[in-house]
Design a protein around this ligand. Structure first.
Ligand code: PMT
Length: 422
C-alpha cells in the first residue's frame, strides 16, 4: 500500500511563477491516495486559479483567515489539527520569514503555527533573494527545528532571467522526499511506547583533557551520533539522560543533558545518574589518557622537544558494566583497522550486551566517516542468552535514521535478554 494512502496533507501554495508546478504535485498526491486540502496565500491566486486546485483535490480551496463559511465548517485550528503533513510548494522568502519568526498573518502561516504536523518547504525565489543574508538567517533557524524539512531549491535558469539557486524542485523529487518522511514518521510511531517506563543513560561527544590553560588533548567527535540516539530513545518513550562532552549541539527536546569536560568528570556524572537506569549506551569518544598534571600557567616554549606524561583514564563503560551486572550495556567501537575483531574484543573485555562498530577515516569521496559526519554505518554484535553472538548491519544513512534503527535493535535485544525486568 502507498505510504500516502489516506494521509491528510495540506498543500500550501505561495505566490510565485512555480505555482504552476503545484498543480502537478497535487495530481501526484491524489493519485498516490492522499486526502489533500489546498491552502493558498492571497498572492498565489494571482498565479493559478483556485478552481484548478479545487477540481483536482475535490475540496474547496482555502485562502481567507476570516472566511465565515469555512470557519463554520472546518475552522483554521481544526484544519491545523487535521493535517498529518503540511507541504508548502512553492514557498516564498516572505512566507519562510514568517514561519521562521512565528508570524501568523494569513491562513497558511496561521495553520503552520497552530499545527504539530511536520512541515516540508520547497522554496522558489530569485537567486539573490535566496542568497540574501536575511533569507539565509531565516533558513538557519530551521536547522534547530526538527519538524521543518527543506527540499531544494534547485539550481538553474529562473523566470526573471537569472541563473542560480532558487528554482522549486520538480514534483517527482518532492513526492520522493515526502515518501521518505512518511516512512520515518511511520517508524517513529512503531517505536513510540517501546521504551515507555525505561530509563536510559547515554554518553556523547568527546572529552577534553587539559594540558595547561590554553592547550588540551581531545578528538574529533561532534556528538551527532550520541545526540541522535538520545532523541530516538526519547521518541521511543524512554526517560533519557545525556552526559555530554563539549559540543556545539542543542540538547534534544525532552532529554536531560549534563555537560562535562573531562573523562574524570564524565565518569563521576555517569555514576551520579546511574540509579534505576535500565540501559546504558556509551557513544562518547572518551580520551583514553590524560596529562598526569594540568599546568596552572601556560607552558613556555623553552625546549626543542618536550614530553607530556599521560596517565590512563578510567574506562567508564567497563566500570559501569562491572558495577551493575543487571544493566543492559551498549558500547561503541570506532576503529580504522580490523573493525569487527576489535569490536568483538571490546564486547567481551568490557562484558557488554551489545557493541556498535563504526569505521573511521574517509570514504572514497573523501567524506569523513564515523567522527563528525552527518551519516554513519554500524555493525552490531549482540550477546544472546545462549552465549551466541549475532551480527547485524545497519547500512549507511543519516545519523538520525541510524539512531532509530539502533534503538529498534536495542529494544529487541533488551526484551530478549534476562536483564529485562518486565
Ligand atoms: O560524535 P560523532 O562525531 O557523531 O561521532 C560518533 C563516534 C564515532 C564518536 C561514535 O559513533 C563512536 O564510535 N563512539 C565511540 C568512540 C570510541 O572512542 O570508541 P573506543 O573504541 O575508544 O571505546 C569503546 C567504548 O568504550 C565506547 O563505547 C566508549 O564510549 C567507551 N569508553 C572508552 C574509553 C573510556 N575511558 N571510557 C569509555 O566509556
Amino acid at each position: 500500500m502507498s505510504l500516502f494512502q489516506d494521509k491528510k496533507i495540506i498543500l500550501g501554495v505561495c505566490g510565485g511563477v512555480a505555482a504552476y508546478k503545484s498543480v502537478e504535485l497535487l495530481r501526484l498526491l491524489i493519485k498516490a491516495g492522499a486526502q489533500v486540502q489546498v491552502v493558498m496565500t492571497p498572492s498565489a491566486e494571482q498565479f493559478v486559479a483556485p478552481m484548478t486546485f479545487q477540481a483536482l483535490s475535490g475540496n474547496p480551496v482555502r485562502s481567507d483567515l476570516f472566511d465565515k463559511a469555512a470557519e463554520a465548517g472546518m475552522g483554521h485550528i481544526e484544519l491545523a489539527r487535521w493535517a498529518d503533513l503540511i507541504l508548502i510548494a512553492p514557498v516564498t522568502a516572505n512566507t519562510i520569514a514568517k514561519i521562521s519568526r512565528g508570524i501568523a498573518d494569513n491562513l497558511l502561516t496561521t495553520v503552520c503555527l497552530a499545527s504539530a504536523a511536520p512541515l516540508i518547504l520547497a522554496p522558489a525565489m530569485n537567486q539573490q533573494m535566496w542568497r540574501s543574508e536575511a533569507n539565509q538567517d531565516n533558513i538557519q533557524r530551521f536547522k534547530s527545528r526538527t519538524s521543518i524539512h527543506l527540499i531544494g531549491p534547485a539550481m538553474g535558469e529562473q523566470a526573471c532571467g537569472d541563473n542560480g539557486p532558487g528554482r522549486m524542485e520538480e514534483p517527482e523529487p518532492i513526492m520522493r522526499f515526502c515518501e521518505q518522511l512518511l516512512q520515518q514518521l511511520q517508524e517513529q510511531q512503531s517505536l513510540s511506547e517501546q521504551l515507555k517506563g525505561k530509563k536510559l543513560l547515554i554518553t556523547a561527544g568527546p572529552t577534553i583533557e587539559d594540558i595547561d590553560p590554553v592547550r588540551y588533548i581531545s578528538n574529533r567527535s561532534s556528538g551527532k551520533m550520541g545526540y541522535a540516539i538520545a532523541q530516538a530513545a526519547y521518541e521511543a518513550g524512554a526517560e533519557v539522560s545525556l552526559i555530554s562532552g563539549p559540543v556545539v549541539l542543542d540538547a534534544p527536546e525532552g532529554v536531560d543533558c549534563y555537560k562535562i569536560r573531562s573523562a574524570l568528570q564524565m565518569h563521576k556524572r555517569v555514576f551520579e545518574q546511574l540509579d534505576n537506569v535500565d540501559i546504558f549506551i556509551a557513544t562518547a569518544a572518551v580520551a583514553d589518557y590524560r596529562p598526569v598534571a594540568t599546568k596552572a600557567q601556560k607552558i613556555k616554549k623553552t625546549q626543542d622537544s618536550m614530553t607530556i606524561e599521560l596517565v590512563k583514564n578510567p574506562d567508564i563503560l567497563a566500570d559501569v558494566s562491572a558495577h551493575n551486572k543487571k544493566l543492559f550495556t551498549v558500547g561503541f567501537a570506532a576503529e580504522t583497522t580490523e573493525l569487527e575483531k576489535y569490536a568483538q574484543d571490546k564486547l567481551d573485555s568490557k562484558n557488554l550486551d551489545m557493541i556498535a562498530a563504526n569505521r573511521v577515516g574517509r570514504d572514497s569521496n573523501g567524506q569523513s566517516m564515523g567522527f563528525n559526519s552527518d551519516t554513519n554505518e554500524l555493525i552490531l554484535f549482540s550477546k544472546q542468552q545462549s552465549g551466541e553472538i549475532t551480527r547485524t548491519v545497519l547500512p549507511k544513512t543519516t545519523k538520525q535514521q541510524l539512531a532509530r534503527e539502533l534503538i529498534k535493535e536495542i529494544v529487541v535485544q533488551y526484551k530478549n535478554s534476562h536483564k529485562n525486568k518486565d
